[in-house]
Design a protein. Sequence first.
Length: 414
Amino acid sequence: MQTFKIEAQVVSPLHIGTGEVYEPTEFFIDPSRRELCIIDFEKFCAHFSASELQKFKKICFAGTLQSLLNLYAFVDQTCLNFLNQGLRDFIVRRIELCEGFLEHYRRMQSLTGKQLEKEFNKFTIYRTAFSPNDNQPIIPGSSVKGALRTAVLNKRRHKVQGKSYQDYCRQNRRGRIKCEAKKLEQEILNYENFKNDPFRLIKVSDFRPKGPVKTRIVYAVNRKKDGTSARGPYQILEVIEPGAIFEGEITIHDPPPRIKTKDSRKTCLISAPVSFEELIQAATAFYGGERDREFEDLSQMGASVPLFPEEGTPLRVGRHSGAECVTIEGFRHILIRGKGKNTYQDHATTLWLAGEFSKVHNPSGLKPFGWVVFHKPDAKGSKSSGKTSSTKETKPGLDVSKLGKRFKLVVKKK
């Protein structure tokens, strides 16, 4: 078994979603500093006066769309009042906002009726992956391992030379195409089930910040490769800013010993294990090629091209990594949505890019998502790590648990 320490440097805005979003009771907007401030809900409530607590209860129990807007306004104003009183202990951290967010936020609060409903449904701020212990952003090991697996699948795709996606796809009764990606992977990596999968021997830790890490709220906008607007609606994402450095470990376990079958022949459980050297070679070849291809597309459409360090191994992780970076070359069957008719191609026709505004008139400020660089590691012995847990302090005499539960039910309905 070998364990390799890795440093991962973020090169372009990175968002790895976990399904969590920032709820109205979890943040307020500080317009003077153009920041979204994450708050400790219990400490925030602990500063309430009797009248503020009653007003907060009334808003939470209203259960209407307008009451959710009122909740935004209440939390914003109350937090700003606390700041004017010198109270800051309820602020967990601050996140910089992109240029268009403040105007968008104010405009949404002035809407009513169907316009409000339409806009509010899109106004969801997706949180990037984080550690629950210290509230700091992380790069999950599962994302890194998935990206490495894609690279190795592309490196070994010669194992199924002569075949195409059609050999692994079939049409169901409704006329839809269903592709058996798992079967393709099994043939490329030469395994039948999980115990024979060579990636069972590879363990990737979560990557944690090495020093300060900044996050930012941006818009994800869909653009055609000719630079014009595409059909995809914008999204609001928290991203890790370029320049952040994370550290983690990749452990390669030794293959299990050969076992004897009934006919006395020896069979290896994992016939084609993956070495660390192959991981690096595969990532360099696959993601290096995809990087060059995408950067050419970005230059042609007038978007920003990130600067890569001179040394290191490129990798693509997180949301909006691009269809080409998560599929196997030669077996791509990418859905292209059109007006009244959908088609399939071997390449994507649009890109999701990080921008300052929900509507983009000039693509020059747009940036690609998810590019990171692995720096050359040193092989070291295996290490073990323990998990720690932390609990939040609650001020005696103030029970806000019921309010929190009630609010979550309201949000789910909406």
